[in-house]
Design a protein around this ligand. Structure first.
Ligand code: SF4
Ligand code: SF4
Length: 284
């Protein structure tokens, strides 16, 4: 096998760097609305399609709150459910890019449901399923990167064309993750700092009464317990704040115990189906 056959495209998205500017999504529209690329893609409808879609997630409330933006798009999976459903109409190229043939896929609305990432959009006018094609038509003309990468001012998106062993090293070195790993679709889109979108936190503030005034209590020992076991210990900061982050959602039985000034306080039965600010824990 020739070496070039082993070099494949991958996309790395840093959730921490995405500002929700949507310029990448607009670049896709600019490229495809009103433009046909025979052999690659039919034109994109002017309204309704978001081949790159920026998802938003707010975590927490009040002073303990943050927001993360997650660019979503076709993951160009190596084990793609869409290809299994329509091997005649959807194919993976040697460089890793998945393309839906607009002619062979005509009428296949069922393919929209085949994608676990919601990355296939139905073009009702032309009766075809469509997706983000990694700008294969531009790369084949000599472009070094897809347009979304070239327009992203924060470098939240990076494209890399390397062999799989090299990509595995990058995954390891940079702590990259894929979405829906359990589905075993082997995506070629990797995320950095995915925890910002996919995990929860428990936050709160420790206060005390000093000389008749309520003050922030720094240095209190705060323990987080799950099913009776201590899983993390922190000291409250100068504002009395603490924050246990990167916790898996849907977990239950969390407990927070705070020790300060020789006293102990506890918040029990924290049900973590989403990030939570348990508010003020006050030591009189
Ligand atoms: S252009 Fe970059 S920063 Fe803007 S939405 Fe897209 S990925 Fe995020
Ligand atoms: S993300 Fe969806 S459309 Fe893209 S290759 Fe994977 S299964 Fe197919």
């Amino acid at each position: 096998m020739k070496k070039w056959n082993l070099i494949k495209w991958n996309l790395i998205i840093d959730v921490d760097k995405c500002t929700n500017c949507n310029v990448c999504a607009v670049a896709v529209q600019d490229e495809h609305v009103g433009n046909q690329f025979p052999g690659y893609a039919e034109e994109m409808p002017k309204h309704g399609h978001r081949w790159i879609e920026i998802m938003r997630r707010e975590r927490g409330t009040g002073t303990a709150m943050d927001v993360a933006y997650l660019p979503t798009l076709c993951q160009h999976c190596d084990n793609a459910p869409c290809i299994k459903k329509a091997p005649d109409a959807i194919q993976k190229r040697a460089d890793g890019i998945v393309l839906i043939d607009p002619v062979k896929a005509k009428g296949r609305k069922d393919l929209v449901e085949a994608c676990p990432y919601g990355a296939i959009w139905w073009n009702a006018e032309k009766q075809i399923p469509q997706h983000w094609i990694f700008d294969a038509h531009l790369l084949d003309r000599g472009w070094k990167e897809p347009r979304c990468v070239t327009v992203c001012a924060t470098n939240a998106m990076t494209s890399v064309k390397v062999d799989d062993a090299h990509m595995a090293r990058l995954v390891d070195e940079q702590g990259l993750q894929v979405r829906l790993a359990d589905a075993k679709t082997k995506p070629r889109v990797y995320y950095k700092n995915l925890w910002r979108y996919e995990t929860c936190f428990i936050a709160g503030t420790v206060s005390c009464l000093r000389d008749g005034q309520i003050e922030c209590l720094a240095g209190a020992e705060v323990r987080l317990l799950s099913d009776g076991d201590v899983i993390e210990t922190q000291k409250s900061d100068v504002f009395g704040d603490f924050k246990f982050d990167k916790l898996a959602g849907q977990s239950t039985h969390f407990k927070v115990i705070v020790d300060a000034d020789g006293q102990t306080q506890m918040v029990d039965n924290i049900n973590l189906d989403q990030s939570i600010n348990i508010g003020e824990i006050h030591f009189a």
